[in-house]
Design a protein around this ligand. Structure first.
Ligand code: SF4
Length: 204
C-alpha cells in the first residue's frame, strides 16, 4: 500500500489494478463512499484530469466497489494470498505484493531507501528467495517499526491487519481475532492465545 500511495501521490493516477487494491484497502480501514470519491477525485484532478471526466470514467467503479452499482456486491479488501497469487502487475502498474512481484535488486534498493539494515535486508531477501513472502513482509514490518512482534498466523493474511497494527504503534496492545480487531489500552507482555495476538507497543 505504501508503494500504491506513493505512486498515486506522484502520478496523480493509478491504473485499474492499483485502484482496486488500494481502494478496497482504504474502504477496509473505514473510508466511506463519499470520502473515497473525494479522495480519488482530488488526487486525479491534481494530475490535470477534468472533473467531469473523472465523474464519467471513474466514479462508477468506486460506487461499484461499495456495492452501489451493478450486482451490488459489497466488496471486501483483497487478502495477501489473493494479491500474491493473482493479477500480477505489468509495466506501469503499482499493485501486487512488493515481496512477491518486485525484482530482487529493486526490492533491495527499496529496503535500503527505507533504512533497513544490511543484515535485515539480507534476512528479508532470503525469505523472499524461499517464497516466504508474508514472513518477509512481517520481518520488514518488525524492522521498520522497531518492534518485536509475536508470531501469529493471520497477521499477514490481510494488508488491512497491518494498518491496525500500525495504528497501535503508540503504545496500545492490539487484539486481533481473525479480521475483527479490537484495541485495548493496557500494558503487558507479548503473548499468543490461539488465534488471538497481543502485541506490545515500543513505548509501553
Ligand atoms: S504480504 Fe505484505 S506486502 Fe504482500 S500483500 Fe500482504 S501486506 Fe501487502
Amino acid at each position: 500500500m505504501r508503494q500504491l500511495h506513493k505512486a498515486l501521490r506522484e502520478n496523480h493516477h493509478l491504473r485499474h489494478g492499483g485502484r482496486m487494491q488500494y481502494g478496497l484497502f482504504l474502504k477496509g480501514i473505514g473510508l466511506t463512499l463519499e470520502q473515497a470519491l473525494q479522495f480519488w477525485k482530488q488526487e486525479f484532478i491534481k494530475g490535470k484530469m477534468d472533473p467531469d471526466k473523472f465523474d464519467k470514467g471513474y466514479s462508477y467503479n468506486i460506487r461499484h466497489s461499495f456495492g452501489k452499482e451493478g450486482k451490488r456486491t459489497d466488496y471486501t479488501p483483497f487478502s495477501c494470498l489473493k494479491i500474491i497469487l493473482s493479477n500480477p502487475p505489468s509495466h506501469g502498474d503499482y499493485h501486487g505484493c512488493p515481496f512477491r512481484h518486485s525484482d530482487p535488486e529493486l526490492l533491495k534498493q527499496k529496503l535500503q531507501s527505507y533504512k533497513i539494515s544490511p543484515g535485515g535486508i539480507s534476512q528479508i531477501l532470503d525469505l523472499v528467495k524461499g517464497t516466504h513472502y508474508q514472513v518477509a513482509c512481517q520481518k520488514y514490518f518488525e524492522m521498520i517499526h522497531n518492534v518485536s512482534i509475536c508470531i501469529y498466523i493471520f497477521f499477514t493474511l490481510y494488508p488491512n491487519s497491518l494498518s491496525f497494527v500500525t495504528v497501535s504503534h503508540s503504545g496500545f496492545l492490539v487484539a486481533a481475532v481473525e479480521t475483527t480487531l479490537a484495541i485495548f489500552r493496557r500494558k503487558g507482555n507479548c503473548m499468543v492465545l490461539g488465534n488471538i495476538a497481543f502485541i506490545e507497543g515500543p513505548d509501553n
